[in-house]
Design a protein around this ligand. Structure first.
Ligand code: NDP
Ligand SMILES: N[C@@H](CC=O)C(=O)O
Length: 344
């Protein structure tokens, strides 16, 4: 399969390295992935024969300006033109999340789907704002929109809800869905760091969003929760209708006090749906030891589904990070290659 990648930051670079590491595994499964183009905001690399990934990865260790890459580097980006000429099967969209406009990713995805190209993405903005429109377009064109990375990266939230709870009605979703805030809370607790110091470490490790206020003010949790709600509960809820709280007000003293009570602070997003109404919100909660998400620490995340006929299902792990995020992009590509249809 031929791929084009838009966004060559933390996740994009990790994805390239992963493809190099997994080359033999992929070949053994009969999966040949050829990268035709990689775009950043103002430059890119294009090679219709397939980019030499090892060479480009080495080049990128030293330089960030792809225009100066000797084989196919260029500095004027025209995606429409590229998609017309490069004949790719899958567009991998990895630009920064914008929860207000979804751009630039929303436009990238619409162009690709309209041209009959599958889209695999880590970008939550377009899925939050235009999930139904994009899936309709994908269906009309007979291609897939793969969003496994948008609701917790490596944590298999979408697959768990759609595949493992198939046939059941999900009545509540409770999620610890943001690795950055959970990591900050743990660093403050264990190393007695201030909130600001812990956030800087999360940023250095590449787990925070390009705009970290999305993490610490609760919007990333809210976005993931809303995508899960709209996909799994077949609703069309909007960000502006829900109450969202972050963690920026918490102090080391609050955390220590909770510890003495045998409790831990966690940023929790929760949706409860009955026949009459739906309640959705994100808030900092003090969990006690009996709560299924109490032991989800550090960069790990977790989700608990309650369903009518398949009971409760709690999935824990899926640490945030550029490598697990890249691996969840590859997971979606493999699922696509196997011919499974996830979003039905
Ligand atoms: N980091 C993580 O652990 C995870 C991230 N995600 C999601 O993955 C996506 C990427 O995250 P991450 O790699 O950390 O982000 P980065 O900020 O590290 O990288 C973003 C990349 O997108 C490029 N870009 C920005 N605007 C455009 C544009 N208009 N056209 C082409 N390229 C553009 C940037 O180019 P330039 O450098 O030239 O500006 C950069 O290469 C985000 O949507 C994020 O929410 C999901 C799960 C986990
Ligand atoms: N910033 C996010 C990255 C994955 O979505 C997080 O911290 O979990």
């Amino acid at each position: 399969m031929d791929l084009g990648i838009i966004g060559y930051g933390g996740v994009g670079k990790a994805f390239l390295k992963l493809l190099i590491e997994k080359e033999q595994y992929l070949i053994s499964k009969g999966i040949t992935l050829k990268i035709i183009f990689i775009l950043k905001s103002n430059c890119g690399v294009y090679n219709p024969e397939g980019i030499d990934l090892k060479d480009l990865a080495e080049f990128s260790e030293e330089k960030s300006d792809l225009a100066s890459y000797p084989v196919g580097g260029f500095d004027r980006v025209n995606l429409d033109h590229l998609l017309d000429n490069s004949d790719i099967d899958i567009l991998v969209e990895l630009t920064p999340t914008n929860i207000h406009t979804g751009e630039p990713a929303l436009t990238h995805m619409k162009i690709a789907l309209a041209k009959g190209i599958h889209v695999v993405t880590a970008n939550k903005g377009p899925i939050l704002l235009a999930y139904h429109e994009l899936t309709e377009l994908a269906e009309e064109k007979g291609v897939q929109l793969c969003i496994g990375c948008t609701t917790g990266g490596a944590l298999p939230t979408i697959n768990g809800g759609l595949i493992d709870l198939a046939g059941a009605t999900i009545t509540s979703i409770e999620g610890l869905l943001n690795g950055t805030t959970n990591f900050i809370l743990k660093e403050m607790e264990e190393k007695e760091l201030s909130y600001e110091e812990a956030l800087k470490i999360a940023q250095r490790q590449g787990i925070a969003e390009t705009d970290p206020s999305l993490d610490v003010d609760g919007w990333d949790t809210a976005t993931k929760l809303l995508i899960l709600t709209n996909v799994l509960m077949k609703t069309d809820e909007k960000l502006e209708d829900i109450k969202v709280e972050g963690i920026s007000q918490i102090t080391l003293e609050d955390i220590k006090k909770a510890n003495i009570e045998g409790k831990k602070y966690k940023l929790i997003g929760k949706t409860v749906k009955t026949e009459e109404k739906i309640e959705i919100g994100v808030k900092l909660e003090k969990l006690d030891k009996n709560h299924p998400l109490y032991n989800v620490d550090g960069k790990n995340k977790g989700v608990k589904y309650t369903s009518d006929s398949l009971g409760d299902l709690t999935i824990i792990g899926g640490a945030s990070g550029v490598i697990p995020a890249a691996a969840s992009i590859l997971r979606d590509i493999i699922i696509l290659h196997r011919g499974y249809k996830i979003l039905t």
